[in-house]
Design a protein around this ligand. Structure first.
Ligand code: NIG
Ligand code: FE
Length: 413
């Protein structure tokens, strides 16, 4: 995890760099002659390795997308027209559209079709250099439907090559069954806590629990209730916090010690201060910013990335891949938005999409940086410098992707 001025340390290797991998892990990295010597020390000769020539290219860790709603059925392009006519996101949701229309279609979808969809989009992510993906449930909103989404996400990770980290998001919206009740939100939260969460813990697949803490969806008190019980069940905590309007979500994330507070487009100064205080006391909450969502919502109100970084908060970026507010699997595109809309430097954006994203998923001992002992998840980019990755907006720049030491996409040599 890198924060403050350290967020810009992109750990760029120069002078004939080389990386050696074995058994899926990086075993040596540095100047080529040093790597050769280290291999000899291990009784290995450089010539015995398959090699990829990355001359003139740029090599980075596999990208880590720390916020996706990978599995859903149906599409919602109609909402673009509604937004063009002035409808707000929360307004569309309150009218039973938005998330709820995806819930209806996802509940009806066969597992085979959801798996085919998941494979298609994981492949699209892999092609742009993403090798680890967080995947939220949240389009089931009832016990069996949520458990199914988690199980499908898990099996896609088992299929590989992209690693999938499942997150339980039962509190994504008030389920349709509760919407007519005056106490609907509280009653649904009660179901999430007493019925869904214990089953999710028993299933043993989800690593995190997330909540959509937003005025008109779930309040900070309701969010706290869910996350407190999730913590009791040994799940890590994440939040959709202060996405559209401020409700003190960032402060709650700081108090609860969440691994990640996501969106933050409407975070207050107090919220930034709360996240900075958490980082200063050694319990950093990663601020996971999702500028593709702001773009899709046709808003000009981007998260205050500079203020967060300057206050010492570690910043990650994610695609927020979902059918409503961010139908993009393209994390390098989000790196471009981080530079163009959030004021981040290319190096800060790269850290945000690798080391800090990995930290928010509690995976920084395995992925997100190129060091001996880390998983050999490596991307070779067809550009001479990492500063050109966000520069060529929307271009296909990936030459080769290596996952756990194997070439899984692109050129073999
Ligand atoms: O992160 N805000 C809540 N969840 C998603 C949107 C999901 C949807 O609209 O289907 C988000 O923006
Ligand atoms: Fe989201």
């Amino acid at each position: 995890m890198r924060r403050g001025s350290g967020q810009a340390d992109a750990a760029v290797l120069t002078e004939q760099p080389a990386i050696a991998t074995r058994g899926g892990d990086i075993i040596a990295i540095g100047r080529r002659q040093d790597v050769r010597r280290q291999l000899e020390g291990l009784g290995l000769s450089e010539g015995a390795f398959d090699s990829i020539d990355a001359s003139g290219a740029t090599v980075t860790p596999g990208l880590v997308d720390p916020h996706t709603h990978l599995l859903f059925a149906g599409t919602r392009e109609r909402e673009i027209t509604l937004r063009q006519r002035g409808a707000g996101y929360l307004e569309i949701l309150a009218a039973g559209g938005g998330i709820l229309s995806t819930v209806a279609q996802t509940r009806e979808a066969t597992s085979e079709s959801l798996l085919a969809h998941g494979r298609r989009w994981l492949e699209a992510m892999l092609r742009v250099g993403v090798t680890t993906v967080e995947a939220k449930s949240g389009y089931g909103l009832q016990r069996a439907a949520e458990l199914r989404l988690l199980a499908l996400a898990d099996s896609l990770g088992d299929e590989g090559p992209v690693d999938v980290v499942p997150t339980f998001l039962g509190a994504h919206a008030v389920a349709p069954e509760y919407r007519e009740r005056p106490d609907g939100a509280d009653a649904y939260i009660e179901e999430v806590v007493s019925e869904q969460l214990p089953a999710v813990a028993e299933q043993g697949i989800a690593r995190f629990c997330d909540v959509f803490c937003e005025p008109g969806v779930f309040s900070p008190e309701q969010s706290r209730r869910v996350l407190d019980s999730a913590r009791g069940l040994d799940l890590g905590l994440r939040m959709h916090a202060d996405e559209i309007e401020n409700s003190g979500g960032a402060q709650l994330a700081g108090q609860l010690g969440c691994a990640s507070a996501d969106h933050l487009a409407a975070v207050s100064d107090e919220g930034v201060a709360a996240l900075a205080a958490a980082a200063d006391r050694g319990a950093p909450v990663v601020a996971t910013l999702l500028p593709a969502t702001t773009l899709n919502l046709m808003s000009d109100h981007y998260a205050p990335a500079r203020g967060l970084i300057d206050a010492g908060v570690p910043v990650a970026i994610g695609s927020d891949f979902n059918p409503g507010t961010s139908p993009t699997p393209n994390l390098p595109l989000v790196m471009s938005l981080a530079c163009l809309k959030l004021g981040m430097s290319p190096a800060e954006a790269l850290t945000a999409a690798t080391a800090n994203a990995a930290h928010s998923l509690r995976l920084s001992d395995r992925v997100g940086s190129l060091e001996p002992g880390m998983q050999a998840d490596i991307v070779v980019w067809d550009v001479p410098s990492h500063t050109q990755i966000p520069y060529w907006v929307g271009a296909s720049l990936v030459r080769t992707v290596v996952k756990r030491g194997e070439v899984v996409f692109g050129a073999m040599t």
